[in-house]
Design a protein around this ligand. Structure first.
Ligand code: CP
Length: 302
C-alpha cells in the first residue's frame, strides 16, 4: 500500500489483520508505554511560556503534543473539557493549559491527568511566578526582607497576582505601584508612586501595559513612561544592587525606556532562561507525584 486514501483499498482480511494488530498494541506495547507525552493547549497567544515548555519537555525527553487552537476542533465548537478529555484519551500524560478564563480549571475537575496552569485570564500565572522567584533568588539568595515593587497594571495582571502571594509567603516586603484605575482594590498592600518604588526597592518588577486598553485619547505612550514607567532618570535613582524584572512581552518606550531593557540591572532575559529550568523541575515533580515516572521510565535531561 503506497498511500491510504480510501477504505476500498483494504480487503476484509486486511481490515481484520489491522484490528488485531491494533489490539496487540493496545494490550502490550512496551516501547510506547515508556514514552511520556505532554500536551500544550494554548488558547491565548504566547511566545515565552509555550516555547520554554517545549524546550523543557524536549530536554526531559518528553514527547510534545502541540496544539494549534486556530485549526483545532474548538473552531467547530468543542469545549475546553472535551479538548482536554480528548488528549487524555489519546494518551497524554499531562496537560499544559493557557486560557483567557480566570477559572478554566473549574471545568476540568474530571480530567484524570495532571494539569499545569500556563496562564489563567487575569488571575494567575504560577510558572511565570516560579521563574521570577528563581531570578530573584539567583541575585539575592534569599527573599526575607527584600523590598520588591510590582509596577504597572496590577488590576489585570495574572503575573502580579501570583507573585504577590508567593513573595509574601517567602517573607519579602511587597509593594505595588499602579496608575490610577489600574489598582486592584482587593489587595491590602499600599499603592506607592513609581518614584517611591525605584528608591526603596531591591527588585523593580515592571508589568506590560495593555496599550490598546489603558492609554486613553489624551495620554501618549511618552506620557505613560514619564508618569508611571521606568525612565533613565528613575533607573539612576535605584539602589546600587537593585535589579529590574519584566515578564515580557515588553512595550519598549512605554513601561520601560528601551535602553534599559538590556542594561546591567536588567534580568529580563535571565527570567526567560530560568523559565526552562523551573518548568523542567515542575514537570518532573508532578510526574513523580502522580506516579507517571517509575524507576524504569525515569526521564533525564537530554
Ligand atoms: N511572560 C509570558 O507569559 O510571556 P508569553 O505570553 O510570551 O508566554
Amino acid at each position: 500500500m503506497n498511500h491510504f486514501f480510501t477504505i476500498d483499498q483494504l480487503s476484509s482480511s486486511e481490515i481484520m489483520m489491522l484490528l488485531k494488530l491494533a489490539k496487540k498494541y493496545k494490550s502490550c506495547s512496551p516501547n510506547v508505554d515508556k514514552k511520556i507525552f505532554g500536551a500544550n493547549l494554548f488558547f491565548e497567544p504566547s511566545t515565552r511560556t509555550k516555547m520554554s515548555f517545549i524546550v523543557a519537555q524536549r530536554k526531559l525527553g518528553i514527547d510534545v503534543l502541540d496544539f494549534n487552537e486556530s485549526v483545532s476542533s474548538t473552531k467547530k465548537g468543542e469545549s475546553l473539557y472535551d479538548t482536554a478529555k480528548t488528549f487524555e484519551a489519546i494518551g497524554a500524560n499531562f496537560l499544559v493549559i493557557r486560557h483567557q478564563s480566570d477559572r478554566w480549571m473549574d471545568e476540568l475537575k474530571d480530567i484524570s491527568i495532571p494539569i499545569i496552569n500556563a496562564g489563567a485570564g487575569k488571575s494567575e500565572h504560577p510558572t511565570q511566578c516560579l521563574l521570577d522567584l528563581l531570578t530573584i533568588y539567583d541575585s539575592f539568595e534569599q527573599f526575607k526582607e527584600l523590598k520588591i515593587s510590582i509596577v504597572g497594571d496590577i488590576k489585570h495582571s495574572r503575573v502580579a497576582h501570583s507573585n504577590i502571594k508567593a513573595l509574601q509567603k517567602l517573607g519579602a516586603d511587597v509593594y505595588v505601584s499602579a496608575p490610577p484605575g489600574l489598582e486592584d482594590d482587593k489587595l491590602t498592600i499600599p499603592n506607592i508612586t513609581v518614584d517611591q518604588a525605584v528608591e526603596l526597592s531591591d527588585v523593580v518588577m515592571l508589568l506590560r501595559v495593555q496599550s490598546e486598553r489603558h492609554i486613553g485619547k489624551n495620554e501618549t505612550k511618552t506620557d505613560y513612561l514619564e508618569k508611571y514607567g521606568l525612565t533613565k532618570l528613575r533607573e539612576k535613582r535605584m539602589k546600587k544592587n537593585a535589579i529590574i524584572l519584566h515578564p515580557a512581552p515588553i512595550n519598549r518606550g512605554i513601561e520601560i525606556d528601551s535602553t534599559l531593557v538590556e542594561c546591567d540591572r536588567s534580568r529580563i532575559f535571565n527570567q526567560m532562561e530560568n523559565g526552562v529550568y523551573v518548568r523542567m523541575a515542575l514537570m518532573m515533580k508532578l510526574l513523580q507525584d502522580w506516579g507517571v515516572l517509575k524507576h524504569e521510565n525515569v526521564i533525564e535531561e537530554r
